[in-house]
Each structure stands twice: as structure tokens, then as C-alpha cells.
Design a protein. Structure first.
Length: 106
């Protein structure tokens, strides 16, 4: 497991509201008829939601986690296999989300 993968798993476990918001916003997009969306768009919406609407000045959302959140969402929503486009991350091994609080390598 790479450092980036480990950091994502730790952040995700410590900040479940991020993934909850990602799921909510992705579903809103799907309900509005979107069949594909960029993870960056949802990530920025999460930033807006947390920073502006909750006034949480200490909250930081690392861009390094975007690719892993997209993969987690795709793994948990197989009915939308092309919703996010993914590319190989330079430091990435054959990582996948196993549906628990721990990512795992194949």
C-alpha cells in the first residue's frame, strides 16, 4: 500500500461526512440526468458545503484523495460504472475499495 492510499484510508475513516456528501451530491446529479461527472466538481461542492455553510475554518480537503473517493464511489455503485472517469495514479498499485473502513490491495 502506498503512502497516498494509507493517507486516504485514514482521512476517510476520520471524516465520514466527506463521503456522505460525495454520495449525496452524486445522487443529486444522477437524479438530474447526469450520466458522467468529474470528481473535481463534486469535491469543490463538498468544500463549499463544509466551509461556507458550516463555517468550519479548520477543515482541509486534500486533492490527493479525489481519485480514491471516485474509486470508492464507483466500487459501491456498480450500476454507474462510467460515472467518474478514472486514470491510473502514478503511485497506484492495483488498489480497490473493499467496502469496509480499510482499503485493500488486490
Amino acid at each position: 500500500m502506498t503512502l497516498l492510499e494509507r493517507e486516504f484510508i485514514e482521512f476517510d475513516a476520520a471524516n465520514p461526512r466527506v463521503y456522505a456528501l460525495l454520495c449525496r451530491f452524486a445522487q443529486e446529479a444522477i437524479d438530474a440526468g447526469c450520466t458522467r461527472l468529474g470528481i473535481a466538481m463534486l469535491y469543490e461542492r463538498i468544500r463549499w458545503e463544509v466551509y461556507i455553510l458550516t463555517s468550519d475554518d479548520d477543515f482541509k480537503l486534500n486533492n490527493n484523495h479525489r481519485a480514491y473517493y471516485a474509486r470508492k464511489w464507483l466500487a459501491e455503485h456498480p450500476e454507474y460504472p462510467l460515472f467518474f472517469e478514472t486514470r491510473k495514479v502514478k503511485s497506484e498499485g492495483p488498489w480497490h475499495w473493499n467496502g469496509s473502513d480499510q482499503g485493500e490491495l488486490w
